[in-house]
Design a protein around this ligand. Structure first.
Ligand SMILES: N[C@@H](CCC(=O)N[C@@H](CS)C(=O)NCC(=O)O)C(=O)O
Length: 239
C-alpha cells in the first residue's frame, strides 16, 4: 500500500493508545495519509506539548497536518472528511453525516470507557445496553437510505466513525451484529477499504485498551485512577 508522498509528516499527539484519537487515525487511514503517532506518556511530555502553544484548550489529541495544528477530534474528522471528499455529495448528505456522527460520539463513549470499568461484566453490560438503544436506529438509517451507507451513495466520515465504534464494541461483544445485517455489511465494507485495512494491521494500530492504558492516562494527566484500582490516588499530586 502506497500512501501520498508528504514533505512534512502528519503527526498525531496522544496517549499511548486509541482513546479520543482513534477516529482521527481511521480518517487519516481512509484518506491514505501517512502519519506518525507521537506518544505522550509522562506529565513532563504533556507539559512540554502544552508549552508549545499548539493546544488551544490544553487538551489532546493534537493533529499536525497540512501545516495546521488541529484540536478537538470532532474538528479533525470533519477537516479530513472535507479534505478527502468524505462529507457527502449534497447538503442533505452532510446533515446526515453530522447527525450520525453526533449519535456515534454518544455511542462510542461507552466503548471508550469500558477499560475504566471495575469488571469486564460491568463493561459488557453497559455496551449491550448501548447497542440495544442505538443499534436498531443505525440499522434503520442504513436500510432507509437505500445504499446501506449512512448518507448518499458513497462512503462518508459517518460510515467510518460508526464502524470504528462498532469495531471496538465487537472486541468486547463479538455477537452484537448478528441481528443487524446492514451494520454488519457496513462494518465489513469499511474495514476492507484499502487505507483502513492497511492501518488495522499496521504497527500504528494500538491494541484494545487495558489496565496499562488506564494507568498511563492517569499518570500523564496526574489524575486519580478508577476507584476499584489499587492505590487510586497514586498519581494525584500532593496539594
Ligand atoms: N472533545 C475533546 C476532548 C479532549 C479531551 O478531553 N482530552 C483529554 C485527554 S482524552 C485531555 O487532554 N484532558 C486534559 C485536560 O482536559 O486538560 C476531543 O474530542 O478532542
Amino acid at each position: 500500500m502506497q500512501f501520498d508522498d508528504q514533505a512534512d509528516i502528519t503527526k498525531l499527539h496522544y496517549f499511548n493508545g486509541r482513546g479520543r484519537a482513534e477516529t482521527t487515525r481511521w480518517m487519516l487511514a481512509v484518506n491514505q495519509i501517512a502519519f506518525e503517532n507521537v506518544s505522550v506518556e509522562t506529565p513532563e511530555a504533556l507539559a512540554a506539548l502544552r508549552a508549545t502553544g499548539k493546544l488551544p484548550f490544553d487538551q489532546m489529541p493534537l493533529l499536525e497536518v497540512d501545516g495546521l495544528n488541529l484540536s478537538q477530534s470532532s474538528a479533525m474528522i470533519r477537516y479530513l472528511a472535507r479534505r478527502g471528499g468524505f462529507y457527502g455529495e449534497t447538503d442533505d448528505d452532510a446533515l446526515w453525516c453530522d447527525m450520525i456522527a453526533g449519535a456515534v460520539a454518544d455511542f462510542a463513549e461507552t466503548a471508550m470507557q469500558a477499560a475504566f470499568q471495575p469488571t469486564r461484566e460491568v463493561a459488557i453490560a453497559a455496551l449491550r445496553s448501548r447497542i440495544e438503544k442505538f443499534g436498531p436506529r443505525f440499522e434503520a438509517r442504513l436500510d432507509g437510505n437505500g445504499s446501506g451507507l449512512c448518507a448518499g451513495t458513497r462512503i462518508t466520515f459517518a460510515d467510518v466513525v460508526l464502524v470504528e465504534a462498532l469495531n471496538s464494541y465487537l472486541e468486547w461483544c463479538p455477537d452484537i451484529l448478528a441481528s443487524l445485517p446492514h451494520l454488519e455489511a457496513l462494518h465489513d465494507r469499511v474495514v476492507n477499504l484499502p487505507g483502513i485495512a492497511h492501518y488495522l494491521c499496521s504497527a500504528q494500530r494500538y491494541p484494545k485498551a487495558g489496565n496499562d492504558y488506564v494507568i498511563d492516562v492517569a499518570r500523564t494527566l496526574q489524575r486519580a485512577l478508577p476507584s476499584h484500582m489499587p492505590d487510586p490516588n497514586r498519581f494525584v499530586p500532593d496539594r
